[in-house]
Design a protein around this ligand. Structure first.
Ligand code: SAM
Ligand code: SF4
Length: 494
């Protein structure tokens, strides 16, 4: 079954068409050389690089390599401040939240770091039925108050493109009554294996948000070591060009990522940068909408998770987050609940824009009402932050960040070239702040509990006092929407 599945999926011509003189865009010697040549950047050079980044320009590989080597404590502090400045300029003080929904843990691959790997016989294999997808969605949007999901699939004929599209469609069809109105999932992002173009074309038809595939490691030898030589995922270039195919299939909102801890972290940051620049170069300036940088977590029967050679410590992790923010200033950055709460909170002050909350990664765990939600034999890896959405929103509000449930962008066509232009010119934050306030109003009325409500109301009051409008008509529209939202109408956006 696996070999036919493999030949059905991988189309060699959908790799070769993107190569240039037979080469792909990851030149390992060049990356190593660039890292070696930029080892000791002086203060003046670092200042020049930070100025470029604050001007919302993508950095070059040499500039990025220089920042990766900064060790001076004062300069590191300046980088942290510059990263926050860039984030506030592009995204304002908004933070976006989502929940992962694991649909199926069947997998034909045997990735040495993942609990879902085929050789892990200790894993309970399960795929959600459509009734279960509906129940999970209703729990996520009705109990926790989520509006955005990322749906996650193992790679297997059981979770093929038909299953993927049917399950996404099922998510969108759920609506739940709430305290103040009703709630539903308004944006479904997807994390799945690389697909051929004809499969990818079916994703915009069901209305997905971002399509994510992580390269895991950009280093070929490591890639081979952890993915073997005969699995679907063994093909480095099939994965490397997943986003090229997605763009060609009409998905102009893509997310890239690397799994930190498999190989040298500086090399992986350079890989991500080359990937972002390659997408910009090939697709009219449209780079990745998000970058993810998961750190390797313990997982059941996953040998790579106990190999500590390339483990990334907290200080290096925070540095790599800061450098990514500065190197690709327009991109969204995702820090997941793999990380402990204190680290996640710190990353928000260095440029992270999206976080998951009330996360459960066991298949069917949201509707099962399992209090702790952590079961090694059912989940891909172990979580570091188990805060509920209510708790996360409260903690963010205390630090001056407003949680936005705005999903207007992709629904009114602010994607691809349009969103890139708005992000680069720092105009995106403007619409989104108005929508952030409207959706935060909804959420507080529908789901906020005691202390979260109190702090949330304070934050809304201060935001209402400082909103900037694009003319009187927009002000009138906002006031009208705010009044109607407070009265129980839902999903009004500008
Ligand atoms: N099966 C698809 C794939 O491999 O692309 C998509 C789903 S996979 C469950 C999502 C991501 O989880 C992977 O791309 C990988 O980066 C991450 N992951 C796997 N094992 C992990 C671990 N032990 N710790 C942290 N992240 C892990
Ligand atoms: Fe399968 Fe993805 Fe896990 Fe690899 S990372 S074993 S492909 S679910």
């Amino acid at each position: 079954m696996t070999s036919t599945f493999k030949s059905d999926i991988i189309r060699p011509d959908e790799i070769e068409r993107y190569l240039e003189d037979g080469a792909d865009f990851i030149d390992e010697d060049l990356i190593h050389r660039t890292l070696a040549e930029n080892r000791r950047p002086d203060r003046a050079r670092v200042h020049d690089i930070l100025a470029k980044s604050k001007n919302i320009e993508t950095l070059t590989p040499a500039e990025t390599a220089a920042l990766l080597h900064v060790d001076d404590l004062d300069l590191l502090e300046e980088m942290r401040a510059a990263a926050l400045e860039v984030k506030l300029k592009v995204y304002d003080n908004r933070i976006v939240t989502f929940a992962p929904l694991y649909m199926s843990n069947h997998c034909v691959n045997n990735c040495a770091y993942c609990g879902f790997r085929s050789e892990n016989t200790g894993m309970e294999r399960r795929k959600l039925s459509m009734e279960e997808v509906a129940a999970e969605t209703r729990a996520l949007t009705g109990t926790h108050g989520h509006k955005r999901l990322i749906v996650v699939y193992g790679e297997h004929p059981e979770s093929d493109i038909d299953y993927i599209t049917e399950s996404i469609d099922t998510v969108y069809r759920q609506s739940v009554e709430t305290r103040g109105g009703h709630s539903c999932i308004r944006r479904v992002n997807v994390n799945a294996a690389p697909m051929p173009i004809d499969h990818l074309r079916r994703l915009p038809e069901v209305g997905i948000g971002t399509f994510q595939v992580f390269q895991e490691t950009y280093h070929r030898e490591t890639y081979r070591r952890v993915h073997g030589s005969h699995h679907l995922k063994s093909d480095y270039r099939w994965r490397l060009y997943a986003m090229h195919r997605a763009m060609e299939a009409g998905i102009d909102d893509v997310g890239i990522g690397a799994l930190f801890g498999l190989y040298d972290w500086r090399f992986e940051v350079m890989g991500l940068l080359h990937h972002a620049r390659e997408l910009e170069r090939r697709f009219d300036g449209i780079g990745p909408h998000t970058i993810s940088f998961p750190r390797l977590e313990p997982a059941q029967n996953a040998p790579a998770t106990t190999d500590t050679r390339y483990r990334v410590g907290d200080a290096d992790f925070l540095k790599l987050v800061t450098v990514l923010r500065l190197a690709v200033p327009y991109t969204g950055m995702i820090c997941t609940a793999r990380e402990p709460a204190a680290i996640r909170d710190e990353t928000v002050h260095r440029g992270v824009t999206q976080m998951d909350a009330s996360t459960r990664i066991g298949i069917g765990a949201y509707s099962a009402d399992e209090k702790d939600g952590q079961h090694e034999e059912r989940q891909q890896f172990m979580l570091g932050d188990t805060r509920s959405l209510d708790e996360l929103i409260r903690d963010m509000a205390r630090q001056g960040f407003i949680t936005s449930f705005c999903t207007a962008g992709y629904r009114i066509g602010r994607t691809g070239e349009r969103i890139m232009h708005l992000l680069r010119s720092c105009k995106e934050g403007h619409f989104c702040k108005l929508n952030a306030v409207l959706t935060f109003r909804e959420w507080l009325d529908d789901f906020g509990t005691g202390e979260t409500r109190r702090i949330g109301e304070e934050l809304i009051r201060s935001e209402l006092g400082s909103l900037a409008f694009n003319g009187k008509a927009q002000r009138r529209q906002f006031d009208d929407y705010y009044r109607r939202t407070s009265a129980g109408e839902r999903d009004l956006y500008i």
